[in-house]
Design a protein around this ligand. Structure first.
Ligand SMILES: [Zn+2]
Length: 448
């Protein structure tokens, strides 16, 4: 496959969703405050920015000094430059990814406090994107979620108004998902022990959730369930899929490596060896059908196909955390606890055609064939994964929950975050579910 054909397939979903992509000739240069380069939160920003921008553009420059990776991250002590460049080249072998000094041609994005220009800053739960210097309060190092949120917002701004400076700054936080600064940092536990997690669906959102959770902690026991294989058009929306996972789809239309295999490889790489993976549909997976009461502790339900929500809800799930990407540059984060009034089928009814959807899922129609395909922009999938991982980490914090059960992040205009309750849908199948059995299945799990 030549580079033109590759890039066409690589950008396929972005082109279908937005009918454009970033100018590949315009370099995006990432710079960084030298004195903050060794920090955990700064490196989370650098890792996620280069991963995300490297999948939005084939032309990214590292315009910061090299440093060893922070001891609290996976790959401790490795050169940041080496790790980042090899990662970007693995995701797009036809791109131009390099470390060099800034040039006048570059569009510069600065990670840290900065002085002017396009600044992306995050400390603790807080995020800032706008002209420098960043106004965020100094917080102790160790929590990268504010930094990761800032990167997602910055990527959306860059795509919305390509290669232009930001006129209206964004401030928000990943704790209560409001547009204010939070000073609530004392309870955050670095690298928390999460427990057993079932990842149901390892597509773009599920794999992005795994990525952000893996950057925050290696103390969890994952079970991975997904029957799909990786295709080239998946690469731009997942932080862990690489070109070597793909095949020539003209010869092997079903795709390359199983998504669960790529997820398992990522987990092994970051030091998690106790991984169960099952390339099966949920209703066929013994790891779901024959699981013991009280397990797992959390379900990340990041799949929509094969009536998966029906099989989850009828299987008396534990706490569910997931996020979806919508048609209008929207990410919706959702939580369901056993005993709640609303289940996931209250939000996503099995018979979609009969009930207007509060938040459309990310399907677009192929004009030539009328086929419905999944599509989203890279920063929406990364944002959905980030929000899911942040919410999982909060489950064990005193004071949880910090927001209503549903949080919308809208990136089509100036970024807006809003949190609302999830109402029960009259007539939903969950009305027939036995609450006593559900609570019995939940008893013994970590968040019961
Ligand atoms: Zn329901």
């Amino acid at each position: 496959m030549d580079s033109n054909e590759w890039l066409k397939r690589w950008n396929d979903r972005t082109l279908r969703y937005a009918h454009r992509c970033l100018d590949p000739a315009h370099p995006i240069a990432i710079s960084c405050d030298r004195e903050r380069l060794s920090r955990f939160d700064t490196q989370i920003a650098l890792l996620s920015a280069t991963n995300l921008f490297g999948r939005m553009s084939p032309n990214v420059v590292l315009a910061f000094e090299d440093a060893p990776i922070n001891a609290a991250l996976p790959w401790p002590g490795t050169s940041l430059h080496t790790h980042i460049l090899s990662g970007m080249r693995a995701a797009n072998p036809f791109g131009t990814y390099q470390a060099r000094d800034l040039s006048p041609m570059d569009f510069r994005i600065h990670i840290g406090r900065g002085h002017e220009g396009f600044v992306v800053d995050g400390t603790g739960w807080n995020a800032y994107v706008g002209p420098g210097p960043s106004p965020l309060p100094e917080q102790r190092d160790g929590n990268g979620f504010g930094a990761a949120l800032a990167v997602v917002v910055a990527a959306a701004q860059l795509f919305r108004n390509p290669f232009n400076q930001i006129t209206k700054p964004f401030i928000g936080n990943a704790l209560d998902w409001s547009d204010t600064v939070t000073h609530h940092e004392h309870d955050f536990v670095h690298a928390p022990d999460i427990g057993r997690i079932h990842f149901i669906g390892l597509g773009s959102v599920g794999s992005a959730a795994l990525y952000y959770l893996g950057l925050a902690t290696r103390s969890f026991i994952p079970t991975l369930i997904d029957m799909d294989r990786i295709k080239i058009h998946n690469l731009t929306r997942s932080p862990i899929f690489i070109a070597a996972d793909c095949v020539d789809e003209t010869k092997y239309p079903e795709g390359g490596v199983y998504k669960v295999a790529a997820a398992r490889r990522f987990l092994n790489e970051i030091g998690i060896s106790d991984v169960v993976s099952d390339p099966a549909a949920l209703h066929q997976s013994v790891y779901w059908r024959e699981r013991e009461a009280g397990t797992p502790d959390i379900v990340v339900s990041a799949a929509n196909e094969h009536d998966v929500r029906y099989h989850i809800e009828m299987g008396y799930p534990p706490v569910q955390v997931y996020a979806t990407t919508g048609k209008n540059w929207q990410v919706a984060l959702l939580r369901h606890h056993p005993g709640d009034d609303a289940c996931s089928m209250c939000v996503f009814p099995p018979e979609r055609s009969k009930i207007p959807m509060a938040c459309a899922t990310d399907h677009v129609t192929v004009p030539e064939t009328g086929e419905q395909i999944d599509a989203a922009l890279p920063f929406l999938s990364f944002g959905a994964g980030l929000m899911t991982a942040a919410e999982i980490v909060k489950l064990a914090l005193p004071g949880f929950p910090f927001s209503r059960a549903r949080v919308n992040l809208n990136l089509r205009t100036d970024p807006i975050m809003t949190a609302t309750p999830i109402p029960h849908r009259t007539g939903c199948t969950c009305e027939q579910r036995n609450k006593a059995v559900h609570l019995q299945m939940f008893t013994g799990s970590r968040y019961a």
